[in-house]
Design a protein around this ligand. Structure first.
Ligand code: GZL
Length: 321
């Protein structure tokens, strides 16, 4: 019994050591927390769904929620985090709009003794590290999302295509990694070429405008890869306005799994979409509680994603948002 007790103590010390040795601020185990959630913007259904999930969690988890919306400005998001630090919140949940500009704010929170949990987007991990500077990154594998879409396009086209790529927010981890995952698959296909790649900032109308412009330079496009459904739907509108038939003479693929995206897959205009869940409320609640209890939290709490195409879009419609 004595050896077992010592063993358990050593284990607990190990976990405790791992957090404190790496300098992460601790979190008292208590029934309620003052939680800061710094949102990037509310410019599309994905972000609106994420915000709602966090606000629902505030009710079910008894948070005193401090919510901010950076209105698509990384510098405002930095100011929002600094304001949360000044308000002495217990923990900050942050979706860093871009990988680099939010790192100083993460470090300031750590210095102020406030643990940071990253959701949905990550920071540049060559500068800031999970387990040392912030507790963890909870989110999807964006490289894998890009890879899965790329592989579907290769299979569907027999490895042929003149491709336009609509990138997400410049400097954001989903845009960087979704590009890497997809482009690496395409590079291996001699019959496929990405002729243009430009940001539409994850917005539907910007996606439409960018596609309209790129169509003039590349009227021979046969496939469009959009980093999210909203830009894909904008591209579909631009293609139709130019007299093209999305799903017939141009294949469109994307990521997110929004309601409108699933409808477009079901009606044949969108070929496929990898789900990217926006529902971070419940998992943020659990991670905060587990961290406060001294549990070791992995550097990456990976969210798994479904794959939607014509064969399963209808049955998954309820998963849309
Ligand atoms: C992904 C998220 C992206 C979505 C977009 O986790 O950051 O931001 O794919 C949203 O729709 O704008």
């Amino acid at each position: 019994m004595r050896v077992l007790k010592l063993g358990a103590l050593a284990l607990a010390m190990g976990f405790a050591m791992s957090a404190s040795a790496q300098g992460l601020p601790k979190l008292a185990d208590k029934p309620t927390y003052k939680v800061g959630f710094a949102q990037t913007e509310s410019n599309n259904p994905w972000r609106i769904a994420e915000t709602q999930s966090m606000k629902d969690a505030a009710n079910t988890c008894h948070w005193d929620l401090v919510y901010t919306d950076a209105a698509s400005s990384a510098s405002k998001q930095v100011a929002d985090v600094e304001s949360m630090i000044a308000q002495k919140v217990d923990v900050i949940v942050l979706a860093p709009r871009e990988e680099k500009p939010l790192i100083p704010a993460v470090m300031k929170a750590k210095k102020a003794g406030i643990p940071v949990i990253l959701i949905d987007r990550n920071v540049d991990q060559s500068v800031a590290k999970a387990g040392r500077d912030y507790v963890t990154f909870i989110g999807s594998d964006f490289i894998d999302q890009g890879r899965r879409v790329g592989e579907w396009l290769v299979k569907t086209t027999g490895g042929k295509g003149t491709i336009v790529e609509l990138e997400g927010t410049t400097g954001s981890s989903p845009a960087n990694d979704r590009k890497k995952g997809f482009d690496d698959v395409v590079k291996a296909q001699p019959g496929m070429k990405i002729v243009a790649s430009q940001s539409g900032d994850f917005e539907r109308d910007k996606g439409r405008q960018v596609m309209q412009t790129l169509l003039q330079a590349h009227p021979d496009v046969t496939a469009v890869y959009a980093h999210n459904d909203e830009m894909a739907l904008g591209a579909i509108a631009a293609l139709e306005a130019a007299g093209k038939k999305p799903g017939q003479d141009v294949i469109v693929v994307s990521i997110d799994g929004t309601k409108d995206g699933l409808v477009a897959i079901d009606n044949g205009k969108l070929g496929a979409s990898v789900q990217s869940s926006p529902f971070f409320g419940p998992i943020s609640c659990d991670t905060i509680k587990n961290y406060a209890k001294g549990q070791a939290i992995p550097a990456w709490v990976k969210v798994s994603d479904k794959f939607y195409e014509k064969s399963n879009a209808k049955e998954n419609m309820a998963n849309g948002f």
